[in-house]
Ligand binder design. Structure first.
Ligand code: ZN
Length: 253
């Protein structure tokens, strides 16, 4: 059995159990829901692969497999397994680069809108959609995490399948680039916070801490205003509005 056959078999519309395209098989495999499909022209453009030849073995063969240019029937079982594994790594590393291009950001926005990356589990975030992020751009450091643009914190994916995926396949830049490219998607930050109570009474120490945190928030807001950033108070909380001129330009393809 090859790695591909062991996992979910992609079923085409005709209902036959025949894997037609490698990318469709890869994206259809359980656990790979966070990935978007990369345009073939992006994968085959050598410029986009700079630096990946040292990270993945047999890049040329892996690309042929990803783009369905290779007949795996002619390879031994062991060779096929190795090649499949290289192709998955290569796809992941190209993916991290692709999702910060204009096209890639658009594809990830469609997935974000459908909540393909899940919802924030913090109560006051009210089912805010999440974005995938890596803690490192190098493989093998940490698995993929989820960023909530509302509470601005990181979460572990709920499914163990997702927690096995390398964070380098999404990279450290993606959520920042995404929210910069689509500032209208930056949500209002909720000011509601949970404060523990005992029989309805605030705990003295917690109440002190909550007051201190609120003070820090107000100080931060004042600093932002002093630095020329506008903060808008909305019924759901507050949002920052960066001046057009101060916002760095997003990468053009
Ligand atoms: Zn949140």
């Amino acid at each position: 059995m090859t790695g591909r056959q062991e996992e979910e078999v992609y079923t085409s519309d005709s209902g036959s159990q025949f894997t037609e395209y490698w990318v469709d098989w890869f994206l259809g495999t359980k656990g790979n829901e966070y990935f978007c499909d990369i345009d073939e022209e992006y994968i085959t453009d050598k410029f986009n692969l700079t630096g990946l030849y040292s990270e993945v073995d047999g890049v040329h063969l892996a690309i042929d497999l990803i783009t369905d240019e290779l007949k795996v029937d002619e390879l031994t079982e062991e060779q096929t397994e190795q090649l499949e594994s290289n192709a998955r790594l290569l796809y992941g590393l190209i993916h991290a680069r692709y999702i910060i291009t204009t096209r890639g950001l658009q594809k990830m926005m469609d997935k974000y809108k459908k909540a393909d990356f899940g919802y924030c589990s913090r109560v006051y975030c009210q089912l805010q959609h999440l974005l995938p992020v890596g803690l490192s751009d190098h493989m093998g450091v940490a698995s993929v995490k989820l960023y909530c643009p509302k509470c601005e914190d990181l979460y572990n994916p709920k499914s163990s399948r997702h927690s096995l995926i390398d964070g380098a396949f999404f990279g450290t830049t993606f959520p920042g680039m995404f929210l910069q490219a689509y500032p209208q998607l930056v949500p209002a930050h909720p000011t509601d916070r949970y404060v523990p109570k005992v029989f309805g009474f605030h705990l003295h120490e917690y109440a002190k801490l909550a007051r201190w945190q609120e003070l820090q928030r107000l100080k931060l807001e004042k600093r932002l205003i002093d630095n020329g950033m506008k903060t808008l108070n909305t019924p759901n909380g507050y949002i920052y509005q960066e001046e057009e001129s101060k916002r760095p330009q997003t990468e053009k393809e």
